[in-house]
Design a protein. Structure first.
Length: 147
């Protein structure tokens, strides 16, 4: 009877080992298939959401820091350029300020960027400049795209 009990334990161990091997193989196969499926998802839609948020953030920063007003008073885009250049490397921005007749007054683009993207997001904000008691109205536009 002792021999029968030992054989029974050995067979049981063998069945558990094969069962474990098959389950680990199946789980590994499912994980590989899941990673393969996830790799097919395109992030273009998320890029556009991030670009919209980034463009809105950049124009808010430029507006709240009075960079547009300073640039209009000094006719220099140095302050705007420094903010645009401090943005992440994979995103490009272009800033344009128009007067009330839609003429371009100021224009700057982030250093190292060229406008060659098919997906450009644009955000505009109005600016009122009070210069010696005289109010002037402008439109600031920020265009952003992913490199």
């Amino acid at each position: 009877m002792v021999k029968e009990k030992n054989n029974y334990l050995k067979e049981k161990g063998f069945i558990i080992t094969v069962d474990s091997f098959l389950s680990i193989t199946l789980v590994t196969l499912l994980v590989i298939l899941a990673f393969n499926y996830v790799s097919l998802i395109k992030l273009d839609s998320w890029d556009s959401v991030d670009l919209k948020n980034s463009s809105s953030d950049v124009i808010s920063i430029l507006d709240k820091s009075n960079s547009f007003n300073d640039a209009l008073l000094s006719s220099s885009t140095e302050g705007i350029s420094s903010i645009l250049n401090s943005t992440p490397n994979n995103v490009c921005f272009e800033s344009t300020v128009f007067d009330s007749d839609s003429n371009i007054v100021l224009h700057t683009i982030k250093t190292g960027c060229t406008k060659n993207s098919t997906s450009v997001f644009s955000v505009e904000r109005s600016i009122v400049l009070n210069n010696s008691g005289v109010n002037s109205f402008f439109i600031a536009r920020i265009e952003g795209w992913v490199k």
